[in-house]
Design a protein around this ligand. Structure first.
Ligand SMILES: NC(=O)c1ccc[n+]([C@@H]2O[C@H](COP(=O)([O-])OP(=O)(O)OC[C@H]3O[C@@H](n4cnc5c(N)ncnc54)[C@H](O)[C@@H]3O)[C@@H](O)[C@H]2O)c1
Ligand SMILES: O=c1ccn([C@@H]2O[C@H](COP(=O)(O)OP(=O)(O)O[C@H]3O[C@H](CO)[C@@H](O)[C@H](O)[C@H]3O)[C@@H](O)[C@H]2O)c(=O)[nH]1
Length: 333
């Protein structure tokens, strides 16, 4: 049965495509290449350039290809940008998802898997957050994602479609076989920025805030290897195909590292002592957010294989070095 992967030319979608193709699935990637790269799409799958929010075109694509499952990664992902330009996020996340769901209903799609975020929990505190924790999305990005979750639940109530929502914690690392990685040069993610700084692509990096109520004063996050996250998608798809009920699940490891700890691991892994300047807080950052992730383990049988910060950093760094060898590498701003 065919699968549509929106945003499959991007970071997390691209890794999930690798796993689906490795498993022999028939996959079509739909991506408008705003932040993704066509070269990053695995040769074993079909690529269609287009907008996931174009209901008419997507309905036709789904019908032509007999697609019964959608994995929806496409979206805009930069939290501070969403504060400055909320309408972009309500458009490309909420409205695009609404239109895609409509296409799914039109074409009789049975399973819809959606990329949500730990940001829906807001300022969670030091205790791990479970799926039933109160939701308190702070940024337009987080709100745009939560609205999409709500639409899915309403549509699944009214139509014959099941959904799976995965709330990702901090995704990092790269394919252990070196086939894929995070390629957007201006990505703001801590581990990528630290690896770019180690490679001299940035003169220095910043540590945003050292006065949080955490053991070393810097923010704590639950960093999850992108390959483990990709596997959770593949398992969730099979769960839904086997008749599983609609569900919402955290994807994290259930333990956190501080910004200083991460920077320390990047320095150790690379053997490079780059400058990490301590500065003020970045707007909107919660002090700590760590997943309670038992549901994915118990319901899907998900068993992470790369729960090791050093391994995550090694893979992220290897990919960053590979990107330096590409001629089409965009310049850092
Ligand atoms: N990276 C993280 O840490 C993280 C954490 C939580 C949730 N997420 C979510 O996971 C998903 C994937 O994130 P990512 O890190 O791979 O980002 P990414 O920017 O690498 O990938 C997004 C992809 O979607 C494509 N795209 C964007 N808008 C589109 C549209 N309207 N139509 C078709 N294609 C479109 C882009 O070209 C890109 O290839 C996003 O929905 C994001 O919100 C990411
Ligand atoms: O150059 C940098 C980059 C980040 N940080 C800090 O590192 C931590 C992690 O930041 P980052 O890697 O940007 O991730 P988050 O802001 O935690 O957000 C990520 O994780 C969320 C889920 O937890 C997702 O929703 C977001 O899309 C994704 O970007 C935060 O405390 C940042 O302040 C720095 O100190 N310096």
């Amino acid at each position: 049965m065919s699968i549509l992967v929106t945003g499959g030319a991007g970071y997390i979608g691209g890794h999930t495509v690798l796993q689906l193709a490795d498993a022999g699935e028939k996959v079509t990637v739909l991506d408008n290449l705003t932040t993704g790269f066509q070269w990053a799409v695995d040769d074993r799958v079909d690529f269609v350039e287009g907008n996931a929010g174009d209901t008419e075109a997507v309905t036709a694509l789904l019908q032509e290809r007999g697609i019964k499952s959608i994995l929806h990664f496409a979206g805009s992902i930069v939290v501070p940008e969403s504060v400055e330009n909320p309408l972009k996020y309500y458009h490309n996340n909420t409205a695009t998802t609404r239109n895609l769901i409509e296409a799914a209903v039109n074409a009789g799609v049975k399973h819809f898997i959606f990329s949500s975020t730990a940001a829906v929990y807001g300022m969670a505190g030091m205790e791990p957050v479970g799926e039933e924790n109160p939701l308190s999305p702070e940024s337009p990005y987080a709100k745009s994602k939560l609205m999409s979750e709500m639409m899915l639940a309403d549509v699944a109530f009214a139509h014959d479609i099941k959904y799976g929502v995965l709330r990702y914690f901090n995704v990092a690392g790269a394919d252990p076989q070196g086939r894929s990685g995070q390629s957007t040069p201006l990505a703001t993610h801590l581990i990528k920025v630290a690896c770019q700084t180690a490679l001299g692509q940035r003169d220095k990096m910043k540590i945003f805030g050292t006065d949080y109520e955490t053991p070393d004063g810097t923010c704590i996050r639950d960093y999850i290897h992108v390959t483990d996250l990709a596997e959770a998608h593949a398992l969730l798809l099979n769960y839904l195909r086997d008749g599983g009920e609609s569900t919402t699940m955290n994807c994290g490891y259930g333990r956190g590292y501080s910004v200083k700890e991460v920077v320390g691991v990047v320095k150790k892994a690379t053997g490079i002592d780059f400058v990490a300047e301590e500065t003020g807080r970045r707007a909107g950052d919660p002090a700590a957010i760590v997943a309670q992730a038992d549901r994915a383990r118990s319901v899907l049988g998900w068993e992470p294989k790369h729960d090791d910060l050093r391994e995550i950093v090694d893979h992220a760094f290897a990919w960053e070095k590979y990107l330096l060898t590409r001629n089409d590498r965009p310049e850092l701003g």
